[in-house]
Design a protein around this ligand. Structure first.
Ligand SMILES: *Cc1c(COP(=O)(O)O)cnc(C)c1O
Length: 422
């Protein structure tokens, strides 16, 4: 059973001012969850969660997380600019990019962000771009092969474009030390959306052993280990949510077994979670506007894959609640469709739902991360508004919906569009 964080009544009130579709975020849930994360890792002195900005690049949301002690993990210039706009100190910005353009490194350096190198060849590239390297730097590790856990969840680091081999990590640390770098970080992201308490502890164990080995081989000071993202959420009602306290304890155990005996009890643990920080605390609110009976039963809604791409892109499951019908029997079989001229624009396929009537509000769960942010403008569809449901129950528009003027904004070379919307 998955429960919405809001009610039909609240959504009706919002919709009087802000037409559907819109993404709605739950401040209370975001804060409570961020506090649980901080608590789970409070055993580690230097712990910091760098929220993965790409999941939900909205300064209002970022500000909430900043107030809860989080930093920001950025992968592009605009994500860095969002962090800059919030006056984020450099040590609270992680720049974990790949295939990085020189100007983005220059900006990260200007903001004193911690730069996490995806490849050993980026060492001379970065030096050429910024001159003297910062005293703290990080490198991304890729162990190759496959990464398996006891519940069968697996990913294929060997097929992933990211990170460096173990030999390159050692060579890179030596090169960086020779160029004046004093404090080193190790980063790895080996599996995505893991719904198991085992992932971080297992990854941590591997990275801690690597850290001990790298320290022996190169003699450098390892200041932090960045477990990156990948902690998942239960998109399906039958899945069980991760227990962040158990995850924190699992990492602590590996830390005590591997790092402390090696005299490395000062290493800070960093995380870069996106999905776990925001996923469940956002929902896409959309209205049923058409019903169609052909070979199957279709409900057409006013949102489409432009607002939430995951179902169309990965066949991802997102649970849907019809607001006000939470307790109705699930006795109708529907496909829930968006309006793109693409047959994969379906939020649900063959889903048992309560009887849906035109005008019903559908609450599409778990869109708080990699939801709005993955959106695009295919078919000339415009991106929706974002609304924050605040702790006191009031609502705030935290991003307006796009207008045709926004869509045509890059045609400033075309006379006809110059005055559009003015
Ligand atoms: C996407 C990404 C994250 C966040 O991943 P989640 O699965 O949302 O936790 C963290 N770090 C890096 C480098 C990423 O690319």
């Amino acid at each position: 059973m998955k429960n919405p964080f809001t009610t039909l009544e609240t959504v009706q009130k919002i919709a009087e001012k802000i037409p559907t579709p819109f993404h709605l975020y739950d401040e209370k849930g975001i804060r409570e969850n961020a506090r649980a994360v901080q608590k789970a890792f409070s055993w580690n002195q230097g712990f910091r969660e760098y929220f993965a900005v790409k999941a939900t690049p909205n300064p209002f949301i970022m500000k909430i997380l900043k107030e809860e002690g989080c930093g920001f993990d950025c992968s592009s210039a605009t994500e860095l600019m969002l962090s800059e706009a919030l006056d984020t100190p450099g040590e609270y910005i992680m720049f974990s990019s790949n295939d990085t353009p020189a100007r983005e490194y220059a900006l990260a350096n200007r903001l004193n962000a911690i730069i996490n190198l995806d490849d050993i060849t980026h060492i001379p590239f970065l030096e050429e771009t910024i001159g003297q390297l910062p005293t703290t730097m990080s490198m991304r590790f890729n162990p190759g092969g496959t990464f398996t856990m006891s519940n069968g969840i697996m990913d294929n680091p060997g097929d992933a474009k990211y990170g460096c081999t173990k030999e390159q990590m050692a060579e890179g640390f030596r090169q960086l030390a020779a160029k004046g770098v004093e404090h080193f970080g190790i980063h790895a992201f080996l599996a995505s959306n893991t719904v198991t308490n085992e992932y971080y502890p297992k990854l941590a164990g591997q990275l801690f052993e690597l850290a001990v080995e790298l320290k022996k081989k190169t003699g450098v000071h390892i200041a932090f280990i960045n477990l990156s993202g990948g902690v998942g959420i239960p998109y399906r009602p039958e899945e069980e949510a991760n227990d962040i306290l158990a995850i924190g304890e699992g990492v602590r155990k590996a830390y005590q077994e591997i790092l402390e005996p090696a005299g490395m009890g000062d290493v800070a643990i960093y995380t870069e979670m996106g999905r776990y920080m925001l996923g469940p605390y956002g929902a896409l609110i959309t209205k049923a506007i058409h019903e169609k009976h052909i070979y199957k039963e279709y409900i057409g809604v006013d949102a489409c894959a432009v607002n939430l791409m995951r179902p169309a892109m990965y066949g991802a499951y997102h649970h849907i609640t019809v607001l006000g019908k939470e307790d109705d029997p699930l006795d109708h079989l529907y496909d829930i469709t968006g309006s793109l001229c693409e047959n994969n624009d379906k939020f649900a396929v063959d889903r048992m739902m309560p009887k849906i009537r035109m005008g019903d509000y559908l609450y599409i769960h778990d869109t708080g991360a990699h939801g709005y942010s993955m959106g695009y403008n295919y078919n000339g569809k415009l991106k929706s508004a974002e609304v924050l449901l605040k702790e006191d129950g009031s609502c705030e528009l935290i991003r307006r919906a796009e207008t045709p003027k926004d869509y045509f904004a890059t045609f400033d070379c075309f006379e006809e569009f110059r005055h559009l919307g003015e």
